[in-house]
Write a protein that binds this ligand. Structure first.
Ligand code: ADP
Ligand code: ZN
Ligand code: MG
Length: 480
């Protein structure tokens, strides 16, 4: 490979505040068009926007979570452009004095390499409205819905440190994970609360100057981000090999054909004529304010990871899997509260059984109705010999989407383990007398037959026999 790619990502994240960034309208989604609006977010002249403090706090938290320095002084600017979804013809954003600067994300590549990707800046801005175009061909009309106008956004701009599609993907999932853990956004690309534009250029390996970059828009999933990057790198290499120059332009990704297409060239690029918004005061923060936010922040994934290994003594790979989703972390910790001595078993059970059942039933983790404390209680029942792990696994598909008491459930269904020695003896006697050949084999030294007997006994008792007792009695009887 003679070429290397240079990639920088611009990510927009919708903050999950209850009200909009500069007015008190709700940010609720899916409402009737234009019902969640007021003169401020409709862009009437003469109105006065006021910054929502919750937006500021969540943006500061995000900056801290992404290792940025938080500016003691930042301000709002008007980004001027005309488009029908933006009635006031400017977006309130931050230009030369963003709230957060100089952050980074570290990712671990599949080859084991740790890669540090710089974050140039994070700034706060407002979202625009939405245009709805008539689906009926004869009616060539478009409508505007301003419910989304004024929704708070973060724009997170990376340094051009990314070199391939894998690094871009890892950067995005790490960014998403961290923002999810601190609870500032849903960060869902499919639902539009995370949007990503990709900048790609190529250069000869060893060159220190950057090539001309192309910006790609219209990416609606992490997998499409990867596909767009891979396609675009190929395309640019082909152009250069043909002796053509790369033109600075914005391209659109086509999710059907998996290619990028020209949207606008450099000469059509906007001149935004930024200037400070005279209606909003600058944001001036002191150390105390920033420290208080830092102290009250929810725990970040790597700290949870360390705690899981040190406090709960679970395996590193299990801790890593559990921290991949905030919901797993919360579920695991709540389950462990109920049963302090079986953390590793509970982790195993959640990772292989709970996640497995969810996959089989095509459920989402958030659809689980079974209270995590019941998972802890299941292990109490196993410890006391009331049920076997086998029964625990068997009942899971049925109980997982029910808010029930597992102990009552196993009692009602008659799933309590048979720990009555005499009853087990009776069953073993029956099985042994029915299989004299296998008994001979065992006595002749073929101890593997034990598993065969255990299987038959479990079948006979529908899995309810206490396995330790079965083993003990079986060996006793066979050794006679
Ligand atoms: P613009 O002024 O076009 O918005 P910026 O300098 O603000 O450009 O960069 C926008 C994004 O593009 C950033 O994420 C940055 O890392 C990335 N970027 C800048 N130059 C290049 C390049 N030559 N190749 C790839 N990405 C680049
Ligand atoms: Zn409003
Ligand atoms: Mg820029």
């Amino acid at each position: 490979m003679q070429y290397e790619a240079v990639i920088g990502l611009e990510v927009h994240v919708q903050l999950n505040t209850k009200s909009k960034i500069f007015c008190s309208c709700p940010t609720s989604f899916g409402e009737k068009p234009n019902t969640m609006t007021c003169p401020i977010c409709q862009g009437h002249p003469g109105v006065l926007p006021v910054l929502n403090k919750e937006v500021l706090n969540k943006a500061i938290m995000s900056g801290i979570a992404l290792n940025c320095s938080i500016s003691k002084f930042s301000k709002f600017d008007r980004k001027n452009y005309f488009y029908p979804d933006l009635p006031k013809a400017y977006q309130i954003s931050q230009y030369d004095k963003p709230l957060c600067k100089n952050g980074f994300i570290e990712v671990k590549k599949s080859n084991g390499e740790i890669k540090k990707i710089g974050i140039t800046r994070i700034h706060i801005e407002e979202d625009a409205g939405k245009l709805i175009h008539s689906e009926i061909k004869e009616i060539r009309e478009s409508y505007v819905d301003l419910n989304r106008a004024g929704t708070p956004l973060l724009e997170i701009v990376s340094e051009p440190d990314i070199r391939d599609a894998e690094e871009a993907y890892l950067y995005l999932i790490t960014l998403k994970q961290r923002l999810k853990f601190i609870g500032v956004s849903d960060v869902n690309m499919e639902e539009g609360s995370l949007r990503c534009d990709v900048n790609v250029s190529i250069r000869k390996k060893g060159d220190t100057n950057f090539g001309t970059k192309v910006e790609i828009k219209n990416l609606n999933s992490f997998s499409n981000v990867q596909k767009a990057i891979e396609y675009e790198i190929e395309r640019q290499i082909n152009e250069v090999e043909k002796g053509n120059e790369i033109e600075q332009e914005t391209r659109l990704f086509d999710p059907e054909k998996l290619i990028t297409k020209t949207m606008r060239k450099k000469e059509e690029a906007h001149d935004y004529r930024y200037f400070p918004d005279p209606d909003l005061v600058p944001i001036v923060l002191d150390d105390n304010y920033i420290d208080n936010i830092r102290k009250s922040m929810p725990e970040l994934p790597e700290s949870i990871y360390k705690r899981f290994i040190e406090e709960y003594k679970i395996k590193e790979q299990d801790a890593l899997l559990l921290i991949s989703e905030k919901e797993y972390v919360d579920y695991f910790e709540s389950a462990c509260k109920e049963n302090k001595n079986n953390s590793q078993k509970i982790a195993n059970f959640i990772i292989s059984e709970v996640l497995g059942v969810i996959k089989d039933k095509k459920m989402e983790f958030k659809d689980i109705k079974l209270n995590p404390s019941e998972i802890g209680k299941i292990f109490n029942l196993i410890e006391s010999g009331t049920i076997s792990i086998k029964i625990a696994k068997e009942i899971l598909p049925d109980v997982i989407d029910k808010d029930i008491d597992v102990e009552n459930y196993v009692k009602e269904k008659g799933l309590i383990q048979v720990s009555d020695t005499r009853e087990i003896e009776k069953i073993i006697d029956k099985i042994l007398s029915e299989n004299p050949k296998n008994v001979e084999e065992y006595k002749a030294g073929k101890t593997k037959v034990l598993g065969f007997f255990v299987g038959l006994i479990m079948k006979e008792t529908k899995g309810k026999a206490n396995p330790q007792l079965v083993n003990k009695i079986l060996i006793e009887k066979l050794s006679k």
